[in-house]
Design a protein around this ligand. Structure first.
Ligand SMILES: CC(C)(COP(=O)(O)OP(=O)(O)OC[C@H]1O[C@@H](n2cnc3c(N)ncnc32)[C@H](O)[C@@H]1OP(=O)(O)O)[C@@H](O)C(=O)NCCC(=O)NCCS
Length: 182
């Protein structure tokens, strides 16, 4: 059976989080290459991610959610490849943070397209006016993917990240509707 898809792009599609994928979300999060790039720390297990899925699904069901998380699929065969979400959604100010993790099939355009789809979701479905994300300064391919999706660098928080034992800057990027809605 095909998974539920909420939005479909050229390369990626977004659907709800799935409890049966909790072990996959945990495996992607624990992958050393992924851990190098992400800003959240901690060790994932199928149990911690099952609890996260339950909490995130409840949050996303709200009419004015504080966060919405999705499963990312490859449109080519609808294989699940990662997850992404908007968090810290401030409906009064119209802004949110964006986080993304491609666990499989990196470097094939899926991260770029999923970032674009998610930002559009924030602007069109939630009425947001600004979405921001952060990346480590050495993570050039991530920064390039976000720039291709329409995000622009707005500054660097100096020395505020620790990556493999070394301090690095955090690059802040944001998007407004005109950057991604064409
Ligand atoms: C960062 C991340 C989200 C980017 O997603 P991705 O799917 O790997 O990125 P994309 O494929 O869209 O873009 C990366 C590269 O693929 C190439 N690419 C883009 N579209 C492509 C396509 N259709 N076919 C082949 N290659 C393509 C791009 O040229 C790009 O190469 P570049 O780095 O030389 O510019 C993902 O790699 C990831 O989750 N990494 C692990 C965790 C992490 O670092 N997260 C970032 C936290 S801020």
């Amino acid at each position: 059976m095909e998974p539920d898809i909420i939005v479909r792009g050229e390369r990626a599609a977004l659907g709800p989080l799935r409890m049966d994928l909790a072990p996959a979300y945990a495996r992607w999060f624990n992958d050393p290459e992924a851990r190098r790039g992400i800003l959240r720390r901690g060790i994932a297990t199928p149990e911690t991610d099952a609890a996260w899925v339950e909490e995130a699904m409840r949050a996303a069901a709200h009419r004015r959610p504080e966060s919405v998380h999705f499963t990312i699929y490859d449109v080519a065969d609808l294989a699940p490849v990662g997850s992404a979400g908007l968090y810290g959604i401030d409906h009064m100010m119209g802004r949110a943070g964006l986080g993304i993790m491609i666990g499989e099939r990196r470097g094939q355009g899926l991260g770029t397209d999923a970032t674009r789809l998610l930002a559009r979701w924030g602007f069109v479905d939630l009425g947001l006016v600004n979405v921001m994300l952060e990346a480590m300064s050495w993570n050039e391919s991530a920064i390039r993917a976000y720039a291709r999706a329409g995000f622009k660098e707005i500054g660097r928080r100096r020395g505020s990240q620790l990556s493999e034992g070394r301090r690095c800057d955090e690059v802040l990027m944001d998007a407004i509707p005109a950057d991604v809605l064409t």
